[in-house]
Design a protein around this ligand. Sequence first.
Ligand SMILES: [Zn+2]
Ligand SMILES: [Zn+2]
Length: 879
Amino acid sequence: MARSASEIRETFLRFFEAKEHRIVSSSPLVPQGDPTLLFTNAGMVQFKNTFLGLETRDYVRATTSQKCLRVSGKHNDLENVGRTTHHHTFFEMLGNFSFGDYFKREAIEWGWELTTEVLGIDPDRLVITIFREDDEADQLWREGIGLPAEKVIRLDEDENFWSMGDTGPCGPCSEIHFDFGVNAACKSAVCDPSCDCGRWGEIWNLVFMQFERDASGKQTPLPKPSIDTGAGLGRVARVIQGVPTTFDTDLFRGIMNRIQEISEVKRGEDREHDVSMNVIADHARALVFLIGDGVLPGNEGRGYVLRRLLRRAARHGVLLGVERPFLFQVADAVIDEMSGAFPELRDRSAYIRDRIQREEERFLQTLSNGLSLLEEDIAALEARGDKVLPGNSVFKLYDTFGFPVDLTADILRSRGLELDQDGFEAEMSVQRERARAKWKGSGDERVDAVYGQLASELRTVFQGHEGLTGESTIRVLLIDGESRKVARSGDEVEVVVDETPFYAESGGQVGDRGALRSADGEIEITDTQRPSGQLVVHRGVVRKGEIRVDSQVELRVDAGARAATVRNHSGTHLLHAALRKVLGPQAMQKGSLVAPDRLRFDFTHDAPLSDEEIEAIEDAVNEWIETNAAAAVREMSYTEAIESGAIAIFEEKYADRVRVVQFGDFSTELCGGTHAAATGEIGLLKILSESGIASGVRRIEALTGIAALKYLRNQERTLREISELLRVPTGKLPARVEKLLEDRRNGEREIERLRSSQRGQTSKGLTDNAREVAGVRVVTSKVEGVGATELRSMVDDLRGQLASGIVLLAAETDGRVSLALGVTKDLTDRYRAGDLIREVAGIVGGKGGGKPSFAQASGSDPGKLDAAFERLDALIAGS
Ligand SMILES: [Zn+2]
Ligand SMILES: [Zn+2]
């Protein structure tokens, strides 16, 4: 009989496999192709489109052990984790699914058989809940299974009714609960499974997708109802192993041991210490799987969740007395424990460990920064004689500096102070609102409405792997999102046909362009998209005649553009392989763009690439191109593909049957895109640039084929032009340019020397000609060929030479005049440069100002300069 968690997992999957279910691998924690969801939070997530009828699979029954992450929800506030017997952020959910195949009877019978007979859980300790109005389930449990009436408990909608969203599939559910025994402290009048005193442990939830709910809330029975079930692996293991909490199951044994070793704290001696260990163990699992699935710490969305989890865990480490990075060591224990079921963790272990350690170091730094900030706040608080730290200060510490609220509260408490919890909550709810607004689907109502409707009715078959032409029938014509029967010359249209050789934008590869012809007209296709499911939409303009719905059309992809795209796509695969070869397997793809004229590849890596690394990457790619390895394209199950070593890309949507594209023994990737028949077609791959686009993410831009050749030829032409200009062979250019720069520097130095000596002579001449006005030595002069800056240095020089006096210099450029006026220090109590220049500048039609010893101005009337000089004399004489 199954005892260990891995035996339970295996037993569950094999049980349903024997009942004709396909064992499907867990999808990543980052939902594939679903922007509305932060994380995969249930087994049904990867089957959502199948349940909605937007996608068909070659099986109608499936079973999975799905990695899930829940960081918020009705019963799962993060704060609960570690304090209760069974709440987790990361967990595995076992499930069986029927897509319009079997329904309630089988789901209930198999659920009971597996729980009691196969897993051996004592039926006397089990209680069933059903939805209040679900008489069918009641009958199946009582008459079918033979349970007494008191064991089948009817509960309300909030406990036993499930829905996918506000609209869409929904239905009653039925839960199997384990009775851990009466809790003496329970205060409920009736202690049934809706009571949260700890007596009851839900182990399995069976959802009967029975209705479709419309926007008005009306429920219509589905023609083919479905089944979706979920049993938390940890919860089942807790019951079977007879341990008090999920944290005591064998899933956590190795992890808990590691935490005890590191902290030198024993489990079971102090309640708060146990809570901290639980939090660390839970969060460490989440960190390992999140990073393993390509999430990086950040300030938004998924990255922010990862960061918060790590910080909470590190904070609980501090509570256990561990004040150095240690989670990366706990991560090792998680990987040891889980890599049997999730072998991908083994390959990425070094990367996961390293990422965690860096983030921990960073956080410990934050913690010490936050502490000093909090000290300042406290000092200000005490100075005001206040006792409550305002909510916005708490929030700022928390949000901007990542300083945990519970730590703020602890520190305040130790000083006899408190924090404004309500104020903080208010700031938090504003923040949550912002976060929610960010994750609200595609946001394009047309995509949701028009395409959603079309997608449920139409499928487009893609034939573009076989050839670039095809024939088909027009099913839908849209102009401005509205369905039309006919489109005429000049109309911008969207076209849906039954079968198409046009590749729709996906996996970074841009949509095909080309033409679509009927007997009566022609459309130039500029883009091809797949807005949802298997619906392909061609976008373009009617160029000739008219096009009607239901007419036969010939489809022709622009072969030149496709061939160029294909070279670039195969190029990215080789580039990906070369990056992993040169930099290591942690260089994971984060995104790509494959267009006819260029390619772009984003990947995880911490440092800028050196010239040597870039060369090694280019060499590897071009050596593989030289081998002219043929593309081997095969279809297989996702599991087979991953087991054969194919690289899958996170955040990419994969069906259960996947396409694997292999070149030689160097590149194997899951990919639905179009490719070169052999690597030789790529011709040449040249990297143009490498840059950082986000923390830990780099971008390479490159060219292939003739485009790469043209680029190199342009570079060569530029070089040749320079070499002709300088009259030296290209090989000697660097030395020649260095020599030129040197000459230029020497020339500039010489010019500056000459200028300054010339300025000296001019100044000398001017001081010699100084006049006396009311006992003050005055110099006024127009100088040639100097700018405002130089004018200023000349005024400074003259002030020095005069020792005592007033200097006004003017220079004329392009019909404007610049003035600079200096007054020596001994005279500034009588004459202020700023005041004098304001008067003088007025004469030449300008404005100016400055300090008592120096001022500048400009004017538009150089002809009045003499009058301006006279005005200065008058001003000096007059005061
Ligand atoms: Zn109770
Ligand atoms: Zn690809």
